[in-house]
Design a protein. Sequence first.
Lengths: 295, 161
Amino acid sequence: MQDLRYARASSVAEAARLLADGGPTARVLAGGTDVIVQARERTRQITLFVDIKGIPEAVDLRAANGEGLTLGAATPCHQIYGDAAVTSSYPALIDAASLIGGTAIQGRASFGGNLCNSSPAADGVPPLIALGASALIAGPGGERRVPVARFTTGPGQNVLEEGEFVVALEVPAPAPASGARFLRFIPRNEMDIAVVNVASSLRFDGGEVVEACVVVGAAAPTALVVEAAGEALVGSPLSEESIAAAAAAARDAVRPIDDMRGSIRQRRHLAGVLTERTLRDAARRARGEEVVSHP
Amino acid sequence: MSSRIIISTEINGEPAEFLSDERDSLLEALRDRLGLMGTKEGCNNGNCGACAVLLDGRLVNACLVMAAEVEGSQVTTVEGLAEQDRLIPVQETFLERGALQCGICTPGFLVAAHALLQEHPRPTEEQVRYWLAGNLCRCTGYDKIITAVLDAAERADAPSG
Ligand SMILES: Cc1cc2nc3c(=O)[nH]c(=O)nc-3n(C[C@H](O)[C@H](O)[C@H](O)COP(=O)(O)OP(=O)(O)OC[C@H]3O[C@@H](n4cnc5c(N)ncnc54)[C@H](O)[C@@H]3O)c2cc1C
Ligand code: FES
Ligand code: FES
C-alpha cells in the first residue's frame, strides 16, 4: 500500500475541509471497493483517505412517500436492496445494486462511489440517469446539484472540483404508470464488468408512452442517453415497431471500443438487444407486474 | 507519512485493542498484527473471497477494508464461527462432504456461507450459487461446496436431539 493517511469525517463541513486541505491527492473513501485497489496497485496517487461513512447524510436511505428517494452517497448496495421501500418503488436501482460484484462487494460498494469512479461501464449510473436522479454535491463553495446525466465527463472524469464530494443522490418519486429496468450483459452471471449495460424508463398516459429514456453504458466514453430512442417511443402506444425503432436508435448512437470484453460489432448488437428487453420489462413494471431483478 | 494508530474493536466477541499502521488493510491487521491466520489472502483485490469476514454482521472482503475503518465495530473471522469446541453445521457438512482440497478458499467460503444462512436459512441452490459467486475455488469444482451448504441449511432446520 502506498504511504497514506486516514481521516474519518463526521460532518459534511469536516469532509469538505479535509478534502480541500488535502489537495488533489486526497480521495474520498466510501466502500473502498475501487479506491483501495487503486491505492494498493498505485494506479492513482493518494496521500489521504477521507472516510465519509461517519457522515449521517452520506449513509442515509430515505424513501419518503411521494417525495422521492434520498440515497446517501456511501450507502452500501446490500443495505439498499434490503430496504423494502426502495425495493418496491425503485426496482431498477435494485437491478443494479444486486449485481455489482458479488455479495461481499455489495456489503461495501455504494452508488456514490460507482458514480464518482466514473467508469464508462459503471452499473449504477444508467439506472440513476433513467430515473432522473441528481447528485447533491458539497464543497468549499457550498452545495450544488448536478443531474447524474451530466456528472461524468469522460472515463474516470467528472464535474467534481477540488474539495467537492457527493453527499447524496436524489431520485424523484416514480410517477403513476411508470416503470424502469436495468440489464447488463456479461459472459457469466456475476463478478464481471459489463460488456454493455442498458437502463430504460417509460411513463404511460392513457395507453400512450409520454416519457421514455434509454441509457446505454460501456458503449461510449460515458453512459449515453439515446435521445433518438426516446423520440421513437414517445407519442404512441408501446409496440413491436416502436421498440425496434428504439433499438435501432441505440445501435446507431453507441460509439463502442474493441477490447478483451467484446468487439465493436458485439457491443452494437447488445445495445439493441438490451434496449428491447429493458423496454419490455419497464412496461411490465409500469403495469404493476413484478419483474424480479435476478434470482 | 502514515503513522501507527491504536484501534479498538471487538473481534469474535472479545474486545480487542491493537496497534496498526494507518495504511494497513483489515486483512493485514488480522494476520500480521493479531496473528489470526484463518483469514486468507488470495488476490488482494476483491475478486476471490478468501479474505471474507463479517463486519458488523455484513459480509465483506477484508482486503478491501482499511484497518482504521473498523474502529468501534464488530469483526467476525472464521476463527469465531464455532461455538467453543462445537462446529457450526456448515463446518460439519464441509468436512463430511469433503468440500475442500487444498483448503485456502475454505475460510472464506465458510464465512460467506454462514452469512448466507443467517440471512436466508433455507436458500435454493441458485441462491447459494449467486451468494458464493465472489468466492473462488481452484480445486473442488464447487459442487461439493454447494451441496455442503444446502445440507447445512437442512441440518440447522431439523429439530435437534
Ligand atoms: C471484485 C469486484 C467486482 C466489481 N464488480 C462491479 C460490477 O459488477 N459493476 C460495477 O459497476 N462495478 C463493479 N466493481 C467496482 C466497484 O465495486 C463499484 O464501482 C462500486 O460501486 C464503488 O463504490 P465504493 O463505495 O466502493 O467506492 P470507493 O472505492 O470508495 O470510491 C470510488 C471512487 O469514487 C470516489 N468517491 C467515492 N465516493 C465519493 C463521493 N461520495 N464523493 C466524491 N468522490 C467519491 C473515491 O475517491 C474513488 O475515487 C467491482 C469491484 C470489485 C473489486
Ligand atoms: S484476498 Fe480479498 S478478495 Fe481475494
Ligand atoms: S480447496 Fe483449493 S482453492 Fe478451494
